[in-house]
Design a protein around this ligand. Structure first.
Ligand code: ADP
Ligand code: 5GP
Length: 192
């Protein structure tokens, strides 16, 4: 992991999007191409999906373990999303930013708002699907959720889309490569 030697603090980037818009795909692209970027692994009470790796994708926790962190004030932000609890552990982020390392967060819109309140210089990026029909197609094609959960996520997407003007940047993920480059340019402006 690269560290700044100029005493400059790292930047905090937050990506958020309706479920299925392509956040994980774009996040993986950024992490693969920028190994110096630190991804904040969230805590969650949700069950792991097939293929998900413990402590890499999420810190999977029991509700009791999660509540202990909450009581101790360990979360920078936390929210209930689709019936499960998610939270960003504060200390690993503060440590990286102090060392001049850029940090990437992937949280829902409620969490992103909390981050902005606590760290106003955080850069918030909202990833939009090209249409609600395409969002539905992507959610179904991923095949990780049952019909009931897909319907819940589509209803929530309407609510999240209504908040898109709050964010510092909005990027439409239509052609994946274009969206990836656009977001990469926000994190790493050309020429810097
Ligand atoms: P999220 O993390 O926002 O829930 P994912 O990254 O899991 O979304 O993407 C949902 C599905 O859509 C995945 O199957 C992914 O491969 C696909 N996908 C992502 N971006 C695009 C795109 N620009 N065009 C077509 N399919 C996409
Ligand atoms: P999933 O369960 O599909 O991985 O994520 C569901 C939603 O929870 C996504 O919108 C994702 O961005 C959000 N999420 C993941 N981690 C966190 C977190 O630490 N805090 C908040 N507020 N939301 C999170």
């Amino acid at each position: 992991m690269k560290q700044s030697n100029s005493g400059k603090k790292g930047k905090l980037f937050v990506i958020t999007a309706p479920s299925g818009a392509g956040k994980t795909t774009i996040r993986n692209y950024l992490l693969k191409n920028h190994p110096d970027l630190y991804f904040s692994v969230s805590a969650t009470t949700r069950q792991p999906r097939p293929g998900e790796i413990i402590h890499k994708d999420y810190h999977f926790m029991t509700p009791e373990e999660y509540d202990k962190h909450l009581e101790k004030g360990n979360f920078l932000e936390n929210a209930e999303v689709f019936g499960n609890y998610y939270g960003t552990l504060k200390q690993p982020i503060v440590d990286r930013l102090e060392k001049g390392i850029n940090v990437l967060l992937d949280v829902d819109t409620k969490g992103a708002r909390q981050v902005k309140e606590k760290i106003p210089e955080a850069v918030l990026i909202f990833i939009e699907p090209p249409s609600m029909e395409e969002l539905e197609r992507r959610l179904r094609s991923r095949g990780t959720e049952c019909e009931e959960v897909i319907c819940k996520r589509l209803r929530e997407a309407e609510f999240e889309m209504a908040q898109r003007d709050f964010f510092d940047y909005r990027v439409v993920n239509d052609v994946l490569e274009t969206a990836q480059k656009e977001i990469e340019n926000i994190l790493y402006p050309k020429g810097i």
